[in-house]
Design a protein around this ligand. Structure first.
Ligand code: C2E
Ligand code: MG
Ligand code: MG
Ligand code: MG
Length: 288
């Protein structure tokens, strides 16, 4: 909901959709323009916490668009449109560039903190992606091990041979890979075992439902066990309450991310959080 303030001091609330309803074509045109300029597209960062000691293990970069007319547009409202076109590749390059520049700043401040960037399905079909990633890592002087790329199950299932090759080459660079929104798509166990990933993120819909719904609880337990049996780190997304934290800890889940810990925040605010609480890697990760 968007607050509209009147001169009288009265404030009314309107559903955000009423204010923000640009058509798909407008979105794409405006997105092209935003990619040329500076500042409209920026990243927020959300911390991921270890469930044993509740310390920061890494961050996820989440794209935001401050549109000059429509205001703040969430990624779910423009990424699907971009995915249908080649713009998604330029958008991904832009996001990687922003994230790596920020990572370099954090490294200079003593925080070699891993940051995850989300990849669209379309990007995994681009055989030029690994070279792009390598070039950007070098340009920003960030070790590949600090970069994590999140892909969804559907991304990997589409053109399995091609996406597997792209994933393998990214993995060979030393970049860490995660399966995002696990449980919402369909990945056979045989396929999952062959993927060069090392982290599995359980979709937030199951995590949100795990306290009240027996089925969701079973799914979360199954995902944790499956991940661990494959040697993967298991992350729960959308952790909103202390009761979720307790239940996830009982199940042996490794990492948690969600509003219970922190909402996504700007880079400056994240710098303050990192300075204040540090990360599990401080002192042990390469800060070159
Ligand atoms: P995702 O990768 O699964 O990201 C997690 C989403 O859950 C984020 O929404 C985050 O703000 C939200 N979230 C985190 N904790 C909680 C919680 O406790 N409760 C609830 N209800 N939500 C929580 P956001 O930032 O709106 O992003 C939505 C999706 O857009 C992402 O889902 C990702 O698929 C996509 N996305 C975001 N940034 C990028 C990007 O740079 N590139 C691409 N290709 N996709 C992106
Ligand atoms: Mg993600
Ligand atoms: Mg997710
Ligand atoms: Mg998602």
């Amino acid at each position: 909901y968007v607050a509209k303030e009147f001169k009288s001091g009265a404030v009314i609330f309107e559903p955000e959709e009423h204010v923000t309803a640009p058509s798909r074509l407008t979105v794409l045109g405006d997105l092209r323009r935003a990619l040329e300029g500076a500042g409209e597209l920026f990243l927020n960062y959300q911390p991921k916490y270890t469930l044993d000691g509740e310390r920061i293990e890494g961050l996820e970069a989440l794209l935001r668009w401050r549109h000059p007319v429509h205001g703040l547009i969430p990624p779910d409202d423009f990424i699907p449109a971009a995915e249908g076109t080649g713009i998604i590749l330029r958008l991904t390059e832009h996001v990687l560039d922003l994230a790596l520049a920020q990572m370099r700043c954090w490294m200079d401040a003593g925080h070699g903190v891993p940051v995850a960037v989300n990849l669209s399905t379309r990007c995994l079909l681009d055989v030029g992606l690994p070279e792009l990633v390598r070039r950007l890592l070098t340009a920003h002087r960030v070790p590949a091990e600090l970069l994590r790329l999140e892909v969804t199950e559907s991304a990997v299932m589409g053109d399995a041979a091609r996406s597997m090759e792209v994933l393998q080459r990214l993995h060979d660079l030393g970049v860490k890979l995660s399966i995002d929104d696990f449980g919402t798509g369909y990945t056979s166990m045989a396929h999952l075992r062959r993927l060069p990933v090392d982290e599995l993120k359980i979709d937030r819909s199951f995590v949100l439902g795990m306290i009240s719904t027996a089925h969701d609880a079973v799914l979360v337990r199954t995902a944790v066990d499956l991940g661990h049996n494959l040697g993967l780190t298991v992350v729960a997304e959308g952790v909103e309450g202390a009761e979720h934290v307790a239940a996830l800890r009982d199940l042996g889940c490794d990492i948690a991310q969600g509003y219970h810990y922190a909402r996504p925040m700007g880079g400056e605010q994240m710098s303050e959080l990192l300075d204040r609480v540090g990360t599990i890697h401080d002192g042990s990760m390469p800060v070159v």
